[in-house]
Design a protein around this ligand. Structure first.
Ligand code: NAD
Ligand code: MG
Length: 409
């Protein structure tokens, strides 16, 4: 058994965060939790503090911090409660931490992920939006500090496993011809196109194979998730956009594949369960049990593949275009998508208008540079403001009273 690993988990109350703690709980004595963080879910964060006894717990707002501090005091825990963006950056860079799980959702996770990379940590990267918005910055930070980025996104984790262990960002040297990203196609793969307009957030979040947070679930339904993953793969593995192909595979058993110049195609398979890529990365290169059900191929029976229909999934095309445009285009794409998805989840925007909003924002924006964090955050803010203005002009979208109330809360 290797040395004990000391972890910070950014976004511990989310879907990936909870799965990470589930794997860790299977291995007493192997991992020590130094810090846990959440936006505002103080009840769950408190329960996690009771169970894992971290030295620090971080929330975003002072009011949540007060609430958590009271609970921690009453329980007699010695955990220190911090709050705000800077505290997130701090716990991502603590000297006593060697591994940081970056599992905050959206560009909100960028600063803390970057902080971990700059501090030379092993970064378990679930927060794909940080690579989409700041790919070169994050990769450079990791290179110059010696930080190791291990992908948690199941597709990228599969590719990482299917590449040679010596892979150092040169597809030609490794004989890699293409990367094939699999996609389930989400809940609306077979829905008649005209019905897309009427789908509800609940339907969009009912993913056929994966249980995930609401934002990524909507992204999977529009296939923007796969678009973000194309950009993520480009930066992680240094492959050209033309070398990244998306294939729909409804069973989600093959998590992705690497094609070599000799015609070999190497894939990673497993049941769709995030605990597998999480366990793979947690103690890499040591394999540890993940607590998942093992794959029963005879029971799966058949695997299917098809080309994605870009008329049904315009977001996938928009992401390829943003990657080709370069500069701040992926940041703008991501920002417009985050705003459009939030409006959809609040009942303020129809599902089929999500790509329209993103396309409109991309078309109206002077895309500009994204060379440093300031430029990236400025591009993000400007794109968000533009998206909000577009959405305000487009209202009133006919929503029921109940949905309107949900939107306000
Ligand atoms: P989630 O919504 O379930 O959880 C997000 C976590 O981040 C929560 O702990 C939340 O409190 C915290 N958070 C949210 N907004 C924040 C903010 N503004 N500041 C600080 N903390 C904030 O999300 P998730 O589904 O676990 O996804 C997390 C990341 O992992 C995303 O980037 C997603 O794309 C990626 N990912 C998730 C899955 C999955 O199975 N859920 C799979 C692949 C990749
Ligand atoms: Mg994925």
């Amino acid at each position: 058994m290797g040395n004990m690993r000391r972890l910070t988990i950014l976004g511990s109350t989310g879907s990936v965060g909870v799965n990470t703690l589930d794997v860790i709980a299977l291995h007493p004595g192997r991992f020590e939790i130094v810090a846990l963080t959440a936006r505002s879910q103080t009840q769950l964060l408190f329960e996690q503090c009771l169970k894992f006894q971290p030295r620090f717990a971080v929330v975003l707002e002072p009011s949540s911090a007060e609430d958590l501090r009271r609970r921690v005091r009453q329980a007699g825990l010695s955990c220190e409660v911090l709050c705000g963006l800077e505290a997130l950056e701090e716990v991502a860079a603590l000297p006593e931490v060697d591994t940081v799980m970056a599992a905050i959702v959206g560009i909100a996770g960028l600063r803390s992920t970057l902080s971990a990379a700059r501090a030379g940590k092993r970064v378990l990267l679930a927060n794909k939006e940080s690579l989409v918005t700041a790919g070169p910055l994050l990769m450079d930070a990791a290179r110059s500090s010696g930080a190791q980025l291990l992908p948690i996104d199941s597709e990228h984790n599969a590719i990482f496993q299917a590449l040679p262990a010596s892979y150092s960002g040169h597809p030609d040297v490794a004989g890699v011809r293409r990367i094939l990203l699999t996609a389930s196609g989400g809940p609306f793969r077979l829905l008649p196109l005209h019905q897309l307009e009427k789908v509800t957030p609940e339907q969009a979040c009912a993913h056929p194979n994966w249980v995930m947070g609401r934002k990524i679930s909507v992204d999977s339904a529009t296939m923007m998730n796969k678009g973000l993953e194309v950009i993520e793969a480009h930066w992680l593995f240094n492959v050209a956009p033309e070398q990244i192909e998306v294939v729909i595979h409804p069973e989600s058993v093959i998590h992705s594949l690497v094609e070599y110049i000799d015609g070999s195609v190497i894939a990673q398979l497993g049941n769709p369960d995030m605990r597998t890529p999480i366990a793979h990365a947690l103690d890499f290169p040591q394999r540890i049990a993940a607590g998942v059900q093992f794959l029963d191929l005879a029971r799966v029976g058949a695997l299917h593949f098809e080309k994605p229909d870009l008329q049904r999934f315009p977001c996938l095309h928009l992401a390829y275009e943003a990657l080709a445009a370069g500069g701040a285009a992926p940041t703008v794409l991501n920002a417009a998508n985050e705003v459009a998805v939030a409006h959809f989840l609040s009942g303020l925007l129809s599902f089929s208008r999500i790509p329209e909003v993103i396309e409109g924002v991309l078309a109206d924006t002077d895309l500009g540079h994204a060379r440093d964090l300031e430029e990236i955050l400025a591009a993000d803010a400007a794109a968000r403001a533009r998206a909000e203005r577009k959405l305000a002009r487009a209202r009133p979208f006919p929503v029921s009273g109940a949905r309107r109330r949900a939107a306000r809360s």
